[in-house]
Structures are given as C-alpha cells and as structure tokens.
Design a protein around this ligand. Structure first.
Ligand code: GRF
Length: 218
C-alpha cells in the first residue's frame, strides 16, 4: 500500500532522531520533506542520503519570526505536508506557523516534562540528581515545551553516570519512542478525547510503557 500521510521534519543539528524516523516503519506515514534552519546541519545530509526532498531556510535571512514562519508554512504547503515533526529544531514557532498546522506539530524533548523544559534539559536533570529522567513527545503550542504530552519513556540515572552517559541513554530512548508516536499519528491514533490529547490504544502499547532498567541498560 502506498504511504499516504506526509510528514515534514524540521531540524537544526545532527539529526539522529531524523535518522531513526527515516529508518523506522511509519506505517501509512512517510518522511516526505526535510527542512533545516542552520547551514551545515548534518540532518540535511541524512535527508539527501535517503533521497528525501530537503531544503535549507536560514532564519537570519528574515526580518522577523513571523516572516520566517510564513515562508516555512509556504514551503511545507508546497510539499502537501500533513504533519510536522520537530527533530532537534532549535526555534520557537509563532502562531503564524502553529495556526497553519493546528495540533499537527510534534516535538521530542530530552526530559520528563513538565520537569526541565528548555535547552540543557539533560544537564539540569543530571545536576538536580534526580533518579529518573527520560524523554517526552508532545504536541507543540506556542510555549517552550508546554504542549499536551502524548508519550514518555523513562530512564534511570545511575550513581556512576556521567552527563554524557545520561545524554546517550535518553537519546537511545528517543530513537525508539519518536517513531512509535509518529506512526500512531500516521494511523490517526493521536486524538483529543475526554481526558485530553492521547494516543488511542496506548495503554496496551509501548508508547505508554515505563521501560525497566533491564531494558534500558542492556
Ligand atoms: C534531542 O535531544 C531532542 O530531544 C531535542 O534535540 C535533540 C536533537 O538531537 N529536541 P538529534 O538532532 O535528533 O540528534
């Protein structure tokens, strides 16, 4: 069956989450377009290697956030994009963008929101000496990492861990969690129910699971 739900990924950096999405089975979804906002972002190379249409749009070339976001929307609409995936996209989106893709923008954050929003989340969790951290996939609103939470995966922080250990452990979980949520979105299972936004059927699915130490440390 031909893929029919078109996702665009926006990235600013190395794009390891993008790579996980490219490599995953997204069911009826496909990564149909990649846009980076930084010159030399490795994510661009990954897209090109996978033969996914990819463009660079530098926000420094625009007079305002709104002007940048309006051009972003224009390019995504030109590619007939249904959903937008933020994959390490280091930029807040304005209502100009969000109203064009209302409740159709996903982000992954390297902490268990609402704890440790913003940049340096792993460092903050590490320095706070919490025993559990993880990653969160949420719908994007105009706040910083504040949109409705869809799925989380937890990882332990061990006494022997360095910050780099924690960052790597969280990133491994991101690479598993994000494709699952994107697939659920492609399947039409990201829905607003009486209890708020959720992934339909997630109580029996890995999206809802707390991963055991044996699984994450194996
Ligand atoms: C990840 O830590 C993700 O949680 C955050 O940005 C980082 C992107 O990493 N939003 P990568 O570019 O996917 O490797």
């Amino acid at each position: 069956m031909a893929a029919s739900v078109r996702f665009a990924a926006l990235a600013s950096g190395s794009g390891t989450n993008l790579q996980a999405l490219i490599d995953a089975d997204l069911g009826p979804g496909e990564i149909a377009f990649v846009l980076v906002n930084k010159a030399g972002a490795k994510a661009l190379e990954r897209a090109q290697k996978a033969k996914i249409p990819a463009e660079t749009l530098l926000h420094a070339d625009f007079p305002s956030r709104e002007a940048f976001d309006a051009e972003l929307v224009r390019r995504l609409k030109a590619q007939r994009i249904d959903w937008v995936i933020l994959a390490g996209f280091m930029r807040l989106l304005t209502p100009t963008f969000l109203s064009a893709f209302e409740n159709r923008v996903l982000n992954i954050h390297p902490a268990l929101l609402p704890a440790f929003p913003g940049t340096h989340a792993q460092r903050q969790a590490f320095e706070a000496k919490v025993r559990i951290s993880g990653c969160t996939v949420h719908l994007v609103d105009s706040g910083m990492d504040t949109g409705p939470i869809l799925a989380q995966a937890a990882v332990p922080i061990l006494p022997s861990d360095t910050l780099a250990d924690l960052q790597a452990r969280i990133l491994r979980q991101e690479h598993q969690l994000y494709p699952r949520v994107v697939r659920a979105a492609a399947e039409g299972r990201v829905r607003q129910g009486p209890a708020g936004w959720q992934i339909e059927g997630a109580q029996n699915q890995p999206e809802a699971a707390l991963l055991s130490p044996a699984e994450v440390l194996a």
